[in-house]
Write a protein that binds this ligand. Structure first.
Ligand SMILES: Nc1nc2c(c(=O)[nH]1)N[C@H]1C(S)=C(S)[C@@H](COP(=O)(O)O)O[C@H]1N2
Ligand SMILES: [Mo]
Length: 366
């Protein structure tokens, strides 16, 4: 047991659940805490921490900031153990970035895919502030043979198929660790990171599915091998059925997606002028185009609103007319600068990752 593990308290699951439900989140489980944000609560430039989805595999550790240490070791010239003040003194940067669970949209797959039953709200956008991971690795000095960087969280528990207690661990290959703008973040929307989002320090890897963004970070190990941990090699791997074979591929860049945040499904609107708005993002490149279709009609371009986003989501809106029917079905799809558009039908995979289904909202007209 390391010193930081010995000092771990656990957050109260009943309280975590209550807070989430009061904030309007949809709860899937209290322990571990798994909750998502209904799309109408996702409008806006950033997602307030209170409304941000929560995704956990194990009980939430409530770490003592004064006792917290980050160990950086493995294939480095100068292994170090950093206190929070020492880490913060390494200089800080901020980035607004989307975190999206790789399983977001999973319940739309048919036949059903295995895993947490996420609708479309396991996503949020926040301004993260912290120390660039590349600077910390640079200070430690990578040794020849370094290939991957393993990140360890203070949370642990058992997973299916084994009685052994394991920590939450993930790795990044060196190019992503150094080149993706990853931060060791200690602030979310300019406030200290809440306990449930990784206090005191989490990794944030912009553009990658959020499983990469390890919370309650206590260890960084540089290795010459390929990391084969449970959350790296067993789960969070696409299992595509292609040509009679199963093709495995670890989840990586966040797939392009748009959500309608207003109006909400089931709203009753007055016929005539219509304003549709929402958010859109892609991990591979900034959003280039957002298109809306009304009642299955032609795709028309929405206006990109607010600031042009690079790693965060892009707000968008469309002004139109409702038409005369009793109902209106509104669909939206996004395209990024690499030309990736949301597909009509995302490719099925056993665990239902990357389900960037087109969002459709139906409203009533009067
Ligand atoms: N230590 C730790 N980090 C973790 C996880 C976890 O269970 N433990 N879950 C990951 C997954 S799958 C997701 S989607 C995001 C969720 O981050 P959030 O709860 O801050 O929204 O955290 C990632 N980092
Ligand atoms: Mo996730």
């Amino acid at each position: 047991m390391t010193s930081s593990e010995a000092l771990t308290q656990l957050a109260d699951p009943a309280q975590g659940w209550r807070q989430a439900v009061l904030a309007g989140l949809v709860g899937h489980s209290a322990e571990p805490l798994n909750c998502e944000t209904p799309p109408p609560l996702l409008g806006g430039a950033v997602t307030p921490a209170g409304r941000f989805f929560r995704r956990n595999h194990f009980p939430i550790p409530d770490l003592d900031a004064a006792a917290w240490r980050l160990e950086v070791n493995g294939l480095v010239r100068r292994p170090v153990t950093l206190s929070l003040d020492e880490l913060k003194s390494a200089g800080c940067e901020s980035v607004t970035a989307v975190l999206e669970c790789a399983g977001n949209g999973r319940t739309r797959f048919s036949p059903p895919a295995a895993g947490e039953p996420w609708g479309l709200g396991a996503v949020g956008n926040a301004r993260w502030t912290g120390v660039p991971l590349a600077d910390v690795l640079d200070k430690a000095g990578l040794l020849p043979g370094a290939r991957e960087v393993i990140f360890r969280g203070a949370d642990s528990g058992t997973v299916e198929g084994s009685a052994e207690t394991i920590a939450f661990e993930r790795s990044l290959d060196l190019s992503r660790a150094l080149g993706s703008g990853a931060l060791l973040a200690f602030a979310m929307n300019d406030e200290p990171l809440p306990v449930r989002h990784g206090f005191p320090v989490r990794l944030v890897v912009p553009g990658q599915y959020a499983v990469a963004s390890v919370k309650w970070l206590t260890g960084i190990t540089v290795t010459g091998q390929r990391f084969g941990g449970f959350f790296q090699a067993s789960h969070y791997v696409y299992e595509w059925q292609r040509g009679g074979a199963v093709v495995r591929e670890p989840v990586g860049a966040i797939a392009v997606r748009a959500l309608i945040t207003a109006p909400a499904a089931g709203d009753e609107l007055t016929r005539g002028r219509l304003r549709v708005s929402g958010v859109a993002w892609s991990g591979a490149a900034p959003v280039h185009r957002v298109e809306v279709s009304l009642n299955g009609g032609r795709w028309r371009a929405a206006d990109l609103a607010g600031e042009r986003a690079s790693r965060g989501w892009q707000q968008w809106e469309l002004q139109a007319q409702t038409g005369a029917g009793a109902q209106l079905a509104i669909r939206v799809r996004a395209t990024d600068r690499l030309g990736r558009t949301q597909p009509g039908q995302p490719e099925w995979n056993r665990r239902g990752y990357g389900g960037n289904f087109i969002h459709e909202v139906t409203v009533r007209l009067r």
